[in-house]
Design a protein around this ligand. Sequence first.
Ligand code: PHE
Length: 338
Amino acid sequence: MREEALQAIQEAPDLDTLQAVKTRYVGKSGLVTKELGSLGKLPPEERKSRGAEINALRQAIDAALTEREAVLKRAALDAKLASEAIDVTLPGLSLPAGGLHPISRVYDDLIRIYERMGYAVVEGPEVEDEHYNFEALNVPWYHPARDLQDTFWLEDGRLLRTHTSPMQVRYMVDHEPPLKIVVRGKVYRYEATDATHESMFHQLEGLVVGDGISMADLKGTIAEMARGLYGPSAKVRFQPSYYPFVEPGADFAVWWDNPRGESKWLELGGCGMVHPNVFKAVDDLREQQGKPRVYEGKTGFAFGLGPERIAMLKYGIPDIRYFYANDPRVIGQFRGEL
Ligand code: PHE
C-alpha cells in the first residue's frame, strides 16, 4: 500500500485528483485510517509494532501530500499568471488622434515671441465695414491700392476683410495709447488660387503706438522676431514699399538659414510708421463715440505678415492649397510634438 499510495500522490496531475487520493488513504474512512482503527483487534504484542508501522506510513503519506500539494499549487499559479499575462511588446491599436495644424503651430511660435516682448494678443471680425478696411486706413474709394486687394463684397455692403489692419483702427478707437498689440486671424482676397495664392489665408498684424516710437524700434522688433523664429544669426532686410496706411512703408524679408541647404531671403510682409491720416481717422471715430481725441501727435509702427509663408518653408510644404484641403495625408503629418 505504501508504494501504491506514494505513486498515486506523485502522479496526481492536479489538486482535485490529489484531494481524492488524500481522501482515499487518510480521509475519515480512508485505507490507512481504517488500518489504524483495526489495531484494537490485534493481539497486544503485535499491536505495538503494527501501530508504529502504520503511523510511519501515515507520516510518509502526509509528507508526500504536503509536498505534492505545494508543487501543484505553484504550477496552478504559474498557469494562471501565464494566461493572464499582458504582452507589452505587442503593437497597440492606433486610435485616430488630432494634432495642431501647421498654421496654428506657426502662430503659437510668433505669439510666444511677441508676448515675450510685452504685446497683447487680440482678434477682430472677419466681416468688416468698408470704412475700417479701407477709408480709415487712408485708402479712399478711388485709390489704386484697392485693386491690390480685390475684395469679396457682401450683399449688405460690408466685406470680408482683406487684411488684419482694420483691427489697428478698431483697437485704437477702444483703447488709449501707449499700446502694443498683435492681431491674429483670417483674411480674404478675391483672386485666382495657385500654389502661392489662396482666397483665404492668415495674417499676424502688429501695432505699437506711443511717444517717440521710431523706425529703429520697428526694425529692432522685426529683427527680434526673426531671431526668435530662426535663431541668433537670423538677419532682416527692409526694402522701401508702399502701403497707404504707413509712411514711410517697407517690405521686410528674413534670412532663413535652412539646415537642408536652401537658405534664402524669405519675403515675410509689410510694415511702416503709422500714417498721420490713420491717427486722424481714429480720433474722428473716437469723437463720434464721445471719446477724447488722443492719437494726433502720437507715433507708432505697424506690420503685417503671413504665417503661411513661414509654415511652407519650415515644413517644406510646396503648395499653399494643401493647408486648407483637409487631406488627412497632409494634416496627419503634424501630430505629436508641438
Ligand atoms: N495690411 C498689409 C497687407 O495686407 C500689410 C501691412 C500691415 C503693411 C501693416 C504695413 C503695415 O498687405
